[in-house]
Design a protein around this ligand. Sequence first.
Ligand SMILES: O=C(O)c1ccccc1NCC(=O)[C@H](O)[C@H](O)COP(=O)(O)O
Length: 269
Amino acid sequence: MNDILSEIAAYKRREIEAAKERIDPDEMEDRAFAVPKPRAFMAAIREKLAERRPALIAEIKKASPSRGLIREEFDPAALARAYQEGGATCLSVLTDEPSFQGRPEYLQQARGACSLPALRKDFMFDPYQVFEARTWGADCILVIMAAVTDHEAQALIGTAEAIAMDVLVEVHDEAELERALRLDADLIGINNRDLRSFRTDLATSERLAPMVPKDRIVVAESGIANPADIARLQACGIHAFLVGESLMRQADVAEATRRLLSPALVEVA
Ligand SMILES: O=C(O)c1ccccc1NCC(=O)[C@H](O)[C@H](O)COP(=O)(O)O
């Protein structure tokens, strides 16, 4: 694991242990089963693709390790409504606080303000976090192959499936993609950001997307800023787009989302 991920993994494992002290794992599991059923995250993407339109997973992200503070005026509920109005298919909400200034409440506020399914965007290591995510309203979790062993990934995926949540499995090179495919991941995110150098290059998606079997959904993540980027990624078989910073920096988020999706007129293959 590289430096930033090792750093994040170390404090996450401490956070998880502290959370288990507050609410024990059996109680958290019971709570996760007791909340209303999740919204269908992957099905929402498939429906958008059936309409031959690109699916946008719009991210609510206040800050990041690579960019520092991204958005000063930050109202997750208003942002979620703006994303829905602009045509987003799903939300992604950062819940990690030390590196992204995220919070569980942001996920609750955002999802509560619209009808879109929401991803808990965080660094997941332990099934406890999956149950916790569900109690906060998350419909989907992220599994970052660069951060976890196959065994950990399997446990996270199995737990999510048991409570009807979807899983976005993130890769950023060939080896991680092979591991994700062995885990039978249906929703595969290709992160264009190299988490070591923070360099972002859409060519990562162009290189890896053709290696994904056609029956999976491929999401390009990071560094997507305009309709030309969407069109470029569609041309190599990408179905869905996870976009944060470029939308978070706009004053009128609904209008920016509409503009970004203007190549919706271009048919998805
Ligand atoms: O964004 C970062 O600096 C970062 C650093 C370390 C690990 C993950 C990081 N980002 C997470 C993401 O995957 C992005 O938030 C997401 O793909 C959206 O990217 P962008 O549109 O470039 O904000």
